[in-house]
Design a protein around this ligand. Structure first.
Ligand code: ATP
Length: 253
């Protein structure tokens, strides 16, 4: 039975998509069968693994809003063992369209139940909000991986995300775990990053991954080539650290 992990933080630009794509590709690289679900209307995970949005026939919108079965929306990618359910901008209106539907917060959970056993890991790239799309992702997941950027306002807004996690645990009676907190975009040229690491570790304690993602120019270039870092530049520091993270995630069980 696959493990489902939502990659969430309502703060924008903290590395959710970079982590979804590169952790997904590195888990696939070490032999795990992985499904990457893009539930962000920006569709950056979709293009980041080389799927042209214009060529998408079925996407996560169809699964959530039109009850299309998840299996039929799954596509292979250029990376062995890595599959995806893409997103397009059509998803931008989905939260409003879902409001009048029955069980609107568990639609993704139901959809993924039928494919869960086909994969070792299912990663969900969440949008930068705490709306229905993120709620569906958390409700569908066994755990949440929270990327936190090593910057001054790193912890700002995290209490809202943690409240949403508690809400899912309590009101939906769902055993959602904090899978791990991932420090991202560490800039070794300043001391600020080190202060943030200490602050985040004090707050989340043993939930913080040992692997820390540095700022790496190759990681920022790879999406425009539609390739995860392990394909774009396998010898880069970016590839090294995401591979390290994949092994840590597997070791954590
Ligand atoms: N470790 C890194 N080194 C260099 N650039 C990075 C790194 N991680 C992410 N980036 C770049 O920072 C930007 C934001 O990253 P990303 O899209 O992964 O964040 P996000 O949290 O998914 O954003 P959004 O909230 O908009 O969905 C992107 O341009 C990405 O290429």
């Amino acid at each position: 039975m696959g493990k489902i992990i939502a990659i969430a933080n309502q703060k924008g630009g903290v590395g959710k998509t970079t982590t979804s794509v590169n952790l997904g590709a590195c888990l696939a690289y070490i032999g795990k069968k992985v499904l990457l679900v893009d539930i962000d209307p920006q569709g950056n995970a979709t293009s980041g693994i080389g799927i042209e949005k214009a060529d998408v026939e079925r996407c996560i919108y169809d699964v959530l809003v039109d009850d299309v079965d998840a299996k039929s929306a799954i596509r292979p990618t250029a990376v062995d063992n890595l599959f995806a359910i893409p997103a397009t901008i059509q998803l931008a209106g989905a939260e409003i369209e879902l409001v009048p539907t029955i069980s609107r917060e568990v639609r993704l959970k139901r959809a993924l139940e039928e494919v869960k056993e086909d994969f070792d890991y299912i990663l969900i790239d969440c949008p930068p909000s705490l709306g229905l799309l993120t709620l569906n992702s958390l409700t569908a997941s066994d755990g949440v991986l929270i990327p936190v950027q090593c910057e001054y306002y790193a912890l700002e807004g995290l209490s809202q995300l943690l409240n949403t996690v508690r809400l899912v645990q309590k009101h939906l009676n769902h055993d959602l775990k904090i899978e791990g907190v991932l420090l991202t975009m560490l800039d070794a040229r300043t001391n600020l990053g080190i202060q943030v690491i200490e602050e985040v570790k004090k707050y989340f304690q043993d939930k913080v991954y040992k692997t820390i993602i540095p700022r790496n120019v190759r990681l920022s270039e790879a999406p425009s080539h539609g390739e995860p870092i392990i394909i774009y530049d396998p010898k880069s520091r970016g590839a090294e650290v995401y591979l390290e993270l994949a092994k840590e995630v597997v070791a954590n069980g």
